[in-house]
Design a binder for this molecule. Structure first.
Ligand code: SF4
Length: 489
């Protein structure tokens, strides 16, 4: 998928103007976030589990080369094939080539953000191969010709009416809108035939277990299990960080993933795959392929300040808790991964130069850090990326792009370094602001600070500093009953 991170502001503005999408986005808070809170409260050792989850991921990422080697050996021992792809193109070409070599006519896809990175469905369709998403949300998105809006709820922004129009060719404006069960049954009927004729499936991987060479898939629809048992070839795709050492670790990771993602205690399906069908087994694919993709993850790994982001288990809890995501929506982030974690991984994986607005799309309230099941300190990394932008570290060939920002922050730092400078700066600001203010407020600031007043008024700098006010208060004594702050010096 081609990054469109540069368009963050315009896409965010589009969402802010769309009431129906904003209403849908409220559901991620009232549904997923509140569900997560209740699931966490009902789990007595919740904090212990989070600490354990973080320790498992810290350890695995610190020994990633060892565990990836162990995983590949064990997948091959089980009769599977492993392919390491350095980037999305390599991975995509490998899968397309495999499909053509095996004369595949239909591919069914189960939800996978890594396959979105590869734009795999379009590549297969471009080769004349039918490629159909089978997760309901992904299917809706595919019909709409869009990309996922949320890590676990790809079509969260679509209204019931929009879904009805996408699923039912005969649906027209004014028709009664079917209920969600009816809509699901209609999608199910359409997908059933596709499952039956599919010769290959492509699924994601929630966790790959190094010691056994297994992959674990967590789903709430039957499509994951159908995809891994009906077609003759199964291709699982994963980012190289989606690995854990052992089955014991899986037990911890499943508990924190499921509760954090949907607020459920357990999902409807947990599917474990160990290579292709064995001679004594009645069902399962004849071939199993595991594609392990880098695609810029090595940049995160090589960066001590950003490495922690590889601990992400893609639960989506930080999106649900984020007040900014719930207003700007998933498409504003311009690449596969939206929300607070997307504001870190997208700039590093696709380039901070175009994506430098993303780390600024945060109030730094810390809600993402608080909810993350593996305790990723997202605000720390957002600040680090902001600092890199302000210091002109965005792109060594294009330092000019951040000159304005650096000048502003340097001036701010100088002003904050001493009391006198601060007071002088405040007086100067008030003097400069006064001609453009009205009754103590600025409604339209000039560039380069015009963005501040595009959606709200900006107050004029106070005539007296807090220090001066306190000194005056000491001098004149405390307020008398009935006297307001405005009446006081
Ligand atoms: S950063 Fe944490 S909360 Fe956000 S998706 Fe990843 S694991 Fe979940």
């Amino acid at each position: 998928m081609k990054p469109e991170t540069k368009q963050f502001r315009s896409k965010a503005a589009q969402t802010l103007a769309n009431k129906s999408v904003l209403q849908s986005l409220d559901h991620v808070y009232t549904g997923f976030h509140e569900g997560r809170l209740s699931a966490a409260a009902d789990t007595p050792n919740w904090e212990e589990l989070r600490t354990k989850g973080k320790a498992i991921k810290d350890h695995t990422i610190a020994h990633l080369d060892y565990y990836l080697g162990l995983l590949a050996d064990n997948v091959e021992k089980s009769g599977g094939h492993v392919f390491f792809a350095n980037d999305a193109e390599e991975a995509r070409l490998h899968i397309v080539k495999l499909a053509r070599a095996r004369d595949v006519k239909t591919v069914i896809k189960s939800k996978s953000m890594v396959s979105e990175e590869m734009a795999l469905a379009d590549a297969l369709i471009g080769q004349g191969i039918e490629a159909v998403e089978t997760d309901l949300g992904e299917y809706i998105i595919q019909l709409a010709g869009e990309t996922p809006y949320h890590l676990i709820a790809p079509a969260i922004h679509k209204s019931r009416k929009e879904v009805a129009a996408l699923l039912n060719d005969d649906f027209s404006e004014g028709d009664p809108v079917p209920d969600p069960t009816e809509l699901t049954m209609s999608a199910r009927a359409k997908l059933r035939g596709v499952f039956e004729r599919a010769d290959m499936s492509v699924t994601g991987v929630n966790f790959a277990i190094a010691e056994s060479g297994s992959i674990a898939l967590v789903t709430n629809e039957g499509n994951g299990r159908m995809s891994t048992s009906v077609p003759r070839i199964h291709v699982a795709v994963m980012g190289m960080e989606k690995i854990i050492p052992s089955i014991q670790d899986l037990s911890t990771m499943l508990r924190i993933l499921i509760r954090s993602a949907t607020g459920q205690r357990i999902t409807a399906y947990i599917t474990m795959i160990n290579g292709p069908r064995k001679p004594e087994e009645e069902e399962g694919p004849e071939e199993f392929h595991l594609v392990i993709m880098n695609n810029g993850r090595d940049k995160l790994l090589a960066d001590p300040q950003m490495r922690e982001s590889l601990n992400c288990i893609r639960c989506g809890a930080c999106l649900n808790a984020c007040p900014v995501y719930r207003k700007v929506g998933g498409h504003a982030y311009g690449w596969v991964y939206p929300g607070p974690i997307g504001a870190i991984v997208s700039p590093v994986m696709t380039g901070l130069k175009d994506a430098h607005d993303l780390p600024n799309a945060s109030s730094l309230c810390g809600a993402c850090h608080e909810v993350c099941p593996v305790k990723i300190n997202i605000p720390r990394m957002l600040l680090e990326l902001r600092w890199r932008t302000a210091e002109g570290k965005v792109d060594p060939d294009d330092r000019a792009s951040s000159v304005k920002e650096r000048v502003i922050w340097k001036a701010w730092r100088m002003g904050m370094m001493g009391r006198r400078r601060f007071d002088l700066g405040a007086r100067l600001s008030r003097l400069l602001m006064r001609p453009i203010s009205k009754r103590g407020w600025i409604r339209k600031a000039p560039p380069p600070i015009s963005g501040w007043t595009s959606t709200r008024d900006f107050p004029l700098v106070a005539s007296k500093s807090l220090k001066e006010r306190l000194a005056a208060r000491e001098k004149h004594g405390r307020a008398k009953p009935g006297q307001t702050n405005r009446d006081r010096p």
